[in-house]
Design a protein around this ligand. Structure first.
Ligand code: NAX
Ligand code: K
Length: 489
């Protein structure tokens, strides 16, 4: 389980490490991980290390010592520092023969011309934006030189907490981040400045990391362990009955995509309820057309209710009314598209999953879309508190808010930014709920399967993949996730 950190969490963890007498060792490990990152990605040539005045600069000085000890040609330009560990690591570097020169614009210009790779140890989680002009000038010169950069913890000038970019941060090819990733390394546009992100967890107790984490990012084997296993005597009635309630005049494709995905995720029986005529394109889907769905469901006998509902895709303005009617059924319920309306605040129960994309999330919270995308963790949490149940804030990556905390998903790719992808996810989630997974687990497994199926489909179709290609790959995604589990065992 990887921990996702905000700056305040890093500070609290540092204080705990300091009390235990471990902070110096943590800096040693961080700097060494940075040096290893340079060695594995840029094993040749002269290394220029830029070190700031805080602990990020201290990590840079440790990295310089390791690289020097490995025989690399090393040049260090550093700002003056009052930080005790940064100062002691400057002394250690000098003690083994390394040199440290003042970081000035002319010195930087001279050394950039001779450097093969640059290590950015200027600013980490202690950065408070905006970048002061003197440092901003250095960053601009560094980026303009076009040398490959390995950033320590995060590219200097990025606000670790946010996905947005203010001013010009360092552009890195590789970022070695410590303890766990920060939101700026996970979500675009900030993450685009970080290049390839490698996590060096540092050998601190896992509970300490998790205590101070803002969110967690489960590894594949942890998600795979949640995949439901069906008993050998399963039949279509026990494999989960899903109702997809959606579609309207001119919007008939969306519920079909959800239904297809539910089938491909293993739902035993999938029925589509719609007020519009839906084309019978998939013979395994049962289609029920009713002139007035609210009247149909109003006195539906409890015994004949499905195991899970998938509500809202292409449903139109009647969606909130139907949601009000169906949420009290208290069964697994996915609310998507037209069912994502602010008037439903507070109606979510433990087994329901709301699946907004950023624009829908903005509508639900009454804010602008940029307010959602700059801070997806805060947005997902605010949605969960306002609506109840579980929230999947869709994106690359998706953010899952449960009553117990926040999760960040892995996987997926830009080719999945096409129409119908959300309908597919909703169907997957409904099938997992119908199969008996509690909503928080269904959300995590569903988002992961969706992303992985998208990766498989992307290998074949590239940016041209369409939503039904993702459903077609769900079986392979499921299987490959299971394989991750057996690799771990
Ligand atoms: N638990 C962890 O994750 C560990 C983190 N470590 C490192 O510690 C770093 C955090 O260290 P610090 O809290 O000392 O902070 P930083 O080193 O990130 O930055 C603090 C320094 O930046 C300057 N600064 C802040 N805002 C600025 C601005 N707008 N313009 C110009 N300069 C600015 C401050 O004056 C201060 O000197 C992490 O990023 C990481 O590199 C490791 O050393 C040890 C373990
Ligand atoms: K940095």
């Amino acid at each position: 389980m990887e921990a996702v950190f905000l700056p305040e969490g890093v500070r609290a963890l540092d204080q705990q490490l300091e009390r235990a007498g471990l902070l110096e060792l943590a800096m040693e490990e961080a700097g060494r991980a940075g040096a290893d990152g340079v060695q594995s990605h840029f094993p040749m040539g002269r290394v220029l290390l830029l070190c700031g005045s805080g602990a990020n600069g201290g990590d840079g000085l440790v990295a310089a010592r390791h690289l020097y000890a490995l025989g690399r040609e090393v040049v260090v330009l550093a700002q003056p520092s009052k930080h005790p560990l940064t100062r002691s690591n400057r002394r250690r570097l000098r003690a083994i023969g390394g040199t440290v020169s003042p970081l000035t614009l002319p010195a930087l210009g001279r050394e950039l011309a001779r450097a093969d790779v640059v290590v950015d140890g200027l600013l980490g989680t202690g950065f408070v934006p905006p970048l002061r002009p003197a440092l901003a000038e250095l960053v601009t010169a560094l980026n303009a030189a076009g040398r490959p950069v390995v950033a320590l913890d995060l590219p200097s000038g990025l606000n670790a907490a946010l996905a947005e970019v203010e001013g010009e941060p360092v552009r890195a090819q590789v970022t070695v981040t410590f303890s766990g990733p920060k939101p700026a390394l996970l979500y675009g546009p900030a993450a685009h400045w970080a290049g390839k992100v490698e996590v060096a967890p540092l050998r601190v107790p896992q509970e300490w990391r998790l205590t101070h984490a803002a969110a967690t990012r489960p590894v594949a084997a942890e998600v795979a362990a949640l995949l439901p296993v069906r008993p050998a005597d399963a039949h279509k009635g026990t494999a989960g009955r899903v109702w997809v309630v959606g579609g309207s005049e001119g919007m008939v494709g969306a519920p079909l995509l959800s239904g297809l995905a539910a089938l491909r995720t293993g739902a035993g029986l999938v029925t589509l309820y719609s007020e519009a005529e839906l084309p019978q394109k998939i013979p395994e889907l049962m289609i029920q057309t009713r002139p007035d769905l609210a009247a149909t469901f109003a006195d539906w006998p409890q015994k004949q209710r499905p195991d899970a509902l998938c509500l809202g895709m292409g449903l139109g303005p009647r969606a909130p009314k139907l949601a009000r009617l169906l949420l009290p059924w208290n069964i697994g319920t996915v609310l998507d598209a037209d069912a994502l309306q602010p008037e439903l605040a507070g109606l979510g129960h433990a087994e329901c999953i709301w699946t907004p994309h950023p624009a829908e999330a903005a509508r639900l919270l009454g804010v602008g879309t940029p307010d959602i995308t700059r801070d997806p963790l805060a947005a997902a949490q605010a949605l969960q508190r306002k609506f109840g149940g579980v929230v999947v804030l869709k994106g690359g990556p998706s953010t899952i808010a449960t009553p117990e905390g926040l999760l960040v998903s892995r996987g997926g790719h830009a080719g999945m930014a096409t129409a119908g992808m959300g309908d597919t996810l909703s169907g997957i989630l409904a099938a997992l709920l119908a199969g008996g997974l509690p909503a928080p687990q269904a959300a995590l497994v569903g988002v992961t399967l969706h992303a992985r199926a998208g990766e498989w489909a992307g290998r074949q179709h590239g940016y041209g993949l369409i939503a039904s290609d993702v459903s077609a790959e769900l079986g392979r995604a499921w299987q490959s996730l299971r394989d991750d589990l057996s690799l771990k065992e």
